[in-house]
Design a protein around this ligand. Structure first.
Ligand code: PEP
Ligand code: MG
Length: 577
């Protein structure tokens, strides 16, 4: 009889195969006190283990380097960098000396300190990076114990791996051996296994607690990466069903790949612009993997968060120039920094004033206008980068047009500085605004008259319209892009752009979800900026839609007020395909 268990589906697709339950031997890190005469040799033993861990990672890199994309190798490089970081080696060595203790315990103490730093981070992506610390520590501990690497001589071909957790190196090694899928007991959608599995296109489920007790080695299982369901010992009927789903999925992916590089034109010949969202220049590789297109949102605050301080002009410039060059002539929309709320840097957390309600506080452009000396280097760097290719400036979180006038004045100051120094830039650089505060959507006409483009940030627009903190799980059930008030604000913004004859884009998550593509097309949206892995899915809907058929349907939806009714009508639009 089939048994269904479920976790979190983080990488779409169906895998059918035998389970390979990965059991790791526990390492003993209990404290041992050493006599003074053994401290030196203990430090040597620790350094040797670090070297061994380093060699293992280099070996893995060598083995897989030929047919592995750079953006995947980066995960192993991160671990190599950690192994060289003084936070690991000097901290542990100082613990060995201070407590006259064994290396295992000294390393464990040090890793607990490092993990705590990550645990306290607000940003959910950075918080999950503590996994990197734990993975590196595990590798060093194994090296200290003298045990062999768990993968030595093992074949994973066609298997579904069931593990407590997987390191990036595990994941990449297994993919290299053509593993069919992954199940882990820990981790969430932002864990490395999840990100890598998505990049590698392997179905994966994470957060399936006790998976290693529920699933046995060599048992036949099915994993459904769409829903997060695992079917243990599937019967004939379920197998038949999932084989058919897998076949359709593979056919769909092949079809999607054929859309790469093709224009996003509707069946009635309307040209739609489809761009990608990035957090850092290296993300452009992922965009190019799917479709060589421009960037509609570059979230530059990631640069601040990763450096944990305000970058100088040169650091900004280096990053922006890298992004412009990587895009090879396609447009780059650089959003000025949106620090604050859930994106904060340690410096201000330590010293700055903490708002009671940071999402409503000194965030994004408000903060830049309050501290123009910190904002100016970014503006100068964006202008300088515009000499190397098409660049647009995008301002987040505007509430009124007075703020916009202040931004224009600062941009003008920056231009004058560069002119005086005879530094090249695009004097006609387009300036646009994110419409993500309801006040700005309601006054979109006024913004549109002053700007070159608008871009709707639905993540915040929904948060502020519905008064729900977008990162608060307790009220997440209220987060609804299809709420009629949200739809009205989106419509007003699109109409304002049309009236002023300027492009209106959408770069919030709503644009990446194919459930909404036809609704948005019917509302008149012509520019979408989406996550890299949604580029082809959204394009697929666009090229199979007829705008003039959608418009009357959407006009009716716009008259509705009931959430459930709206959802069902929007779903019907999708099913028209
Ligand atoms: C948005 O609010 O929709 C948006 C794209 O910006 P961010 O998610 O970075 O706040
Ligand atoms: Mg936003």
């Amino acid at each position: 009889m089939s048994i269904y268990i479920s976790g979190i589906g983080v990488s779409k697709g169906i895998a059918i195969g035998e389970a390979f339950v990965l059991e790791r031997e526990k390492v003993d890190a209990t404290q041992r006190t050493l006599p003074a005469s053994e401290i030196k040799s203990e430090i040597k033993r620790f350094i040797a283990a670090m070297k061994l861990a380093n060699n293992q990672l280099h070996d893995i890199k060598k083995k897989i380097a030929k047919n592995t994309a750079d953006d995947i190798l980066v995960f192993i490089d991160t671990h190599l960098l950690m192994l060289e970081d003084p936070a690991f080696n000097e901290g542990t060595i100082s613990n060995i000396k201070k407590f006259s203790c064994n290396a295992e315990w000294a390393l464990m103490m040090q890793s607990e300190r490092l993990v705590q730093v990550f645990d306290e981070m607000e940003d959910p992506y950075l918080r999950t990076r503590k996994d990197d610390v734990l993975h590196v520590v595990k590798r060093i501990q194994t090296a200290l114990s003298g045990k062999k690497d768990v993968h030595n001589g093992v074949s994973y071909k066609g298997k579904i791996i069931v593990a407590d957790d997987l390191t990036p190196a595990d994941t990449i090694m297994m993919q290299h051996q053509k593993v069919a899928g992954f199940i882990t007991e820990y981790g969430g959608p932002l864990s490395h296994t999840a990100i890598l599995a998505r990049n590698l296109g392997i179905p994966a489920i994470v957060g399936l607690h006790h998976a290693r007790q529920l699933i046995h080695r060599d048992e036949n299982i099915v994993i459904d990466g769409f829903t997060g369901v695992v079917i243990n010992s599937p019967d004939k009927k379920s197998l038949k069903y999932y084989r058919a789903v897998r076949r359709d999925d593979i056919a769909k992916r092949n079809l999607l790949n054929e859309l790469s590089g093709k224009p996003a034109v509707t069946l009635d010949n309307e040209q739609i612009t489809l761009h990608g969202n990035i957090d850092r220049p290296s993300d452009i590789r992922a965009i190019k993997k799917y479709d060589h297109t421009g960037v509609g949102l570059y979230r530059t605050e990631m640069l601040f968060i990763e450096l944990n301080q305000w970058p100088d002009q040169q650091t900004h410039f280096k990053n922006y120039k890298r992004a412009v060059k990587a895009l090879e002539g396609k447009p780059l929309t650089i959003r000025t920094m949106d620090l604050g709320a859930d994106k904060e840097i340690q410096e201000t957390m330590d010293h700055g004033p903490m708002a009671h309600n940071p999402a409503m506080g000194l965030r994004a452009i408000r903060r830049c206008l309050k501290e123009p000396q910190d904002f100016m280097p970014q503006l100068l760097a964006i202008l300088r980068a515009s000499a190397y290719g098409p660049v647009r400036i995008m301002i987040p979180m505007l509430t009124n047009t007075e703020e916009l006038d202040q931004v224009f004045a600062l941009i003008e100051d920056a231009k004058q500085i560069l002119k005086k120094k005879r530094i090249a830039f695009d004097n006609k650089i387009p300036v646009g605004a994110m419409i993500e505060v309801p006040a700005a959507a309601l006054a979109a006409d006024a913004f549109a008259r002053k700007l070159d483009f608008l871009s709707i940030g639905t993540n915040d627009l929904i948060q502020y319209t519905l008064a729900i903190d977008r990162i608060d799980d307790e009220v997440n059930y209220l987060f609804n892009p299809l709420n009629c008030a949200v739809l009205k604000l989106i419509q007003m913004t699109i109409d304002a752009g049309k009236k002023a004859n300027i492009p209106v884009s959408m770069c919030g998550e709503m644009a990446s979800d194919t459930l909404y593509t036809r609704l948005l097309l019917g509302m008149g949206l012509k520019y979408f900026s989406v996550q890299a892995n949604a580029l082809l899915e959204v394009k697929h809907i666009i090229v199979n839609s007829t705008l003039k058929n959608l418009q009357p349907e959407v006009e009716e939806i716009m008259k509705m007020h009931d959430d459930a009714e709206i959802k069902s009508r929007v779903q019907q639009l999708v099913n028209l395909l």
